[in-house]
Design a protein around this ligand. Structure first.
Ligand code: BV8
Length: 250
C-alpha cells in the first residue's frame, strides 16, 4: 500500500457525508477473535467452520455445534474493541454534527462495533450473544456463561441455538432493508476485514459501484473484491483505520 493510496482514501473520506462500511471477521482479528476462515486450532482443529455453521450440522449434532458456538461466545465476551473499531466509532462522531452518517453493515456476531461506541450497526448475520429456542423462537440474552451442558435446554422446552444466520438461512429482513437503504444513500463504501466470499453481503460493493460510489477495501489479504475496488489499503485495519482518520481529519 502506498502513501498515495492512503492520501487518496483520506481525500474521499474527508469529502464524504454518508459512509457505508461492510465489516468482517478481520476487523476483530486484532481483538484476538480468530477469523472465520483462519485455520481452526486446538479442540476445533479438525472441524470446518463452513460445515459447522449450518442447520444440518445443528440437527445432526446439536451438542458439538452449540459447544463450538459457546466456545466462541466466551471468546467474544472476553475480547475488547481494537483501534479499528474505535476509529469507526470516532468517524461517526465526526460526521454526525454535519448531518453525516456512518452505517456499519457487519457480518460479525461479536458485538465489538457496538462496544466501541458505534451506534448505527446492522448485524447482518445475527449475534452470538443471543440464543433462540428451537420450539418457540423466543430469544434469550442473559444466559449462563459457559452453558452447564450441551446442547443447552430452552426454558420453553426446546433446545437453544445461537441467533446467527447459518449457511442456507435467510438474512433478517429488517437487516436487509436497512442495508438496502444505506447502500442507496451512501456516497462512500468501505469493505473492511472480509474475504468478500459470502453472499448476499459480498454483492454489496457491486451495488455501490453501480451507483459510481467509490469503493475502498481495507484488508490484510487480496480478495475477489480487490481488482474491482477503487483503492486497496493492504494491512491490519487496527493500524490503517486510525491512520486514515488522522489523514482525513488532521
Ligand atoms: C442466503 C454465521 C438466501 C455466524 C456465516 C450467491 C452466490 C454463491 C453462493 C450463495 C449465493 N447466495 C447464497 C449463497 C449461499 C451462501 C454463500 O454465500 N456461500 C458462499 C460461501 C459460496 N450464503 C448463504 O447461505 C446466506 N444465506 O443467502 O439466504 C438463500 C437461502 C437458501 C439457499 C440459497 C440462498 C447466509 C450467509 C451467512 C452464513 N453465516 N456465519 C458465524 O458462525 O459467525 S458467514 C461466515 O462468513 C462468517 O460468519 C462471516 O459472516 C462470513 C464472511 O467471513 P469473513 O467475515 O469475511 O471472515 P473470513 O475469515 O472469511 O475473512 C477474514 C478476512 O479478514 C480475510 O480476508 C483476512 O485477510 C482479513 N484479515 C485478517 N486479519 C485482518 C484482516 N483484515 C484487516 N486487518 C486484520 N487484522
Amino acid at each position: 500500500m502506498s502513501d498515495t493510496d492512503l492520501r487518496r482514501a483520506a481525500q474521499f473520506l474527508s469529502n464524504a457525508r454518508h459512509v457505508v462500511v461492510v465489516s468482517g471477521a478481520g476487523i476483530s482479528a486484532e481483538s484476538k477473535i480468530p477469523t472465520f476462515r483462519d485455520a481452526m486450532t486446538g479442540l476445533w482443529a479438525s472441524f470446518d467452520p463452513q460445515k459447522l455453521a449450518t442447520p444440518e450440522a445443528f440437527d445432526a449434532d446439536p451438542s458439538t455445534v452449540t459447544r463450538w458456538y459457546d466456545f466462541r461466545r466466551m471468546k467474544c465476551a472476553e475480547a475488547l474493541p481494537n483501534p479499528g473499531h474505535t476509529a469507526l466509532a470516532r468517524l461517526e462522531t465526526l460526521l454526525n454534527p454535519h448531518n453525516g452518517s456512518v452505517t456499519i453493515l457487519t457480518q460479525n456476531v461479536d458485538g465489538l462495533h457496538q462496544r466501541a461506541g458505534s451506534r448505527n450497526v446492522v448485524e447482518l448475520h445475527g449475534s452470538i450473544m443471543t440464543w433462540r429456542c428451537t420450539r418457540t423462537g423466543r430469544e434469550f440474552h442473559d444466559l449462563p456463561a459457559p452453558f452447564p451442558d450441551y446442547p443447552p435446554k430452552s426454558p420453553d422446552g426446546g433446545l437453544l441455538r445461537p441467533a446467527v444466520v447459518w449457511f442456507g438461512e435467510m438474512l433478517p429482513p429488517a437487516a436487509l432493508d436497512a442495508a438496502d437503504k444505506a447502500l442507496r444513500e451512501c456516497d462512500l463504501f468501505f469493505s473492511i476485514g472480509t474475504s468478500a466470499l459470502v453472499h448476499p453481503v459480498a454483492g454489496f460493493a457491486g451495488i455501490a459501484s453501480a451507483r459510481n460510489i467509490p469503493v475502498i477495501e481495507i484488508n490484510r489479504d487480496p480478495t475477489p473484491l480487490t481488482p474491482r475496488a477503487d483503492i486497496c489499503l493492504r494491512g491490519p485495519s487496527g493500524e490503517l483505520l486510525p491512520a486514515l482518520l488522522h489523514a482525513a481529519f488532521p
